[in-house]
Design a binder for this molecule. Structure first.
Ligand code: A2P
Length: 279
């Protein structure tokens, strides 16, 4: 229920881009929040930008459309605004989200990412997804799609970890050249949940530079981190279940960082991921 409440508060606050996935197990709550806000007359469906994701066990081309249709059924929506391949590696298809053998080793699956992409293109043609993109793709994986013979649609976006401690300068430049939007996940440095986060990298929001710059503008380190990303053209998807912080993270359009401050923050890059995706 906390997701339902948070999405409703976010929509009331002014958020329109909602980043979801089947594997977050809360798409039913997200869909309900959107539908309730439409029923209240606060928004129209076309005001919302919902991003869904194709999980690793669903890469075989014949599974792509049924998987998206399942997401739409859970959301109770007719289309998603963006559908993305969540990760470039495939797991064995089946009910297990993390299929493992008897020794606890992940079972991978040979698939052709280009064939998966063609199935994504078909979803766009069918009107089930307005746009299609990818996530956690490196330059070579992007090039594989971009250079695919007969490519119909380019990925519009690549969702990757991006924040002041992991600024992705080279990937950002490559994507700029190819008109691919970078959507930065963990823009606040994650929840530092040790089950999936590399906590040996220090907490982003404790950073002295972000805090000092924030003081000047009467903003928090979180607001400075988000402002930094949007000012360099990176879309941010901050996560919060806390109403006050949901609102705080939206108050970033009434100030701007100077070029010198942008450089200072860029210099914080440690080139270390919080989300190592070791699987
Ligand atoms: P909470 O849900 O209690 O607000 P990311 O978006 O980088 O994954 O970070 C999410 C984490 O950051 C969550 O643990 C969230 O906790 C916390 N968080 C979100 N907004 C703020 C904020 N403005 N200040 C401090 N922590 C925040």
């Amino acid at each position: 229920g906390s997701c339902l409440e948070s999405v409703k508060i976010a929509i009331d606050t002014g958020y329109r881009h909602i980043d979801g996935a089947f594997v977050y197990y809360n798409e039913h709550e997200v869909g309900q929040a959107i539908r309730e806000k439409i029923a209240e007359g606060r928004i129209k469906r076309e005001d919302i930008f919902y991003c869904g994701k194709l999980w690793n066990t669903c890469h075989p081309p014949e599974l792509v459309r049924p998987t998206l249709e399942k997401t739409l059924k859970i959301l109770q929506l007719d289309y998603v605004d963006l559908y993305i391949i969540e990760l470039p590696m495939a797991f064995k298809p089946g009910d297990a989200i993390y299929p493992k053998d008897e020794n606890g080793k992940m079972i991978y699956h040979e698939t052709d990412l280009c064939a998966t992409w063609e199935a994504m293109e078909a979803c766009k043609d069918a009107g089930l997804a307005k746009s299609i993109g990818v996530s956690n793709f490196n330059r070579r994986q992007l090039e594989m799609i971009l250079n695919k013979p007969g490519l119909k649609y380019k990925p519009v976006s690549n969702q990757v970890e991006c924040h002041p401690y992991f600024t992705q300068p080279k990937l950002l430049e490559f994507c700029r050249q190819h008109d691919i939007v970078i959507v930065g996940y963990s823009p606040l440095g994650t929840s530092r949940d040790e089950t999936w986060v590399n906590v040996s990298s220090p907490p982003l929001l404790k950073d002295p530079v972000l805090n000092a710059i924030g003081k000047k503008y009467n903003k928090t380190a979180a607001q400075v981190a988000l402002r930094f990303s949007i000012q360099r053209g990176v879309v941010v998807i901050p996560k919060s279940f806390n109403p006050q912080r949901i609102r705080e993270n939206f108050q970033i359009f009434d100030f701007s960082l100077t070029e010198k401050e942008m450089k200072e923050i860029e210099a914080l890059n440690k080139n270390v991921r919080y989300v190592e995706l070791l699987m």
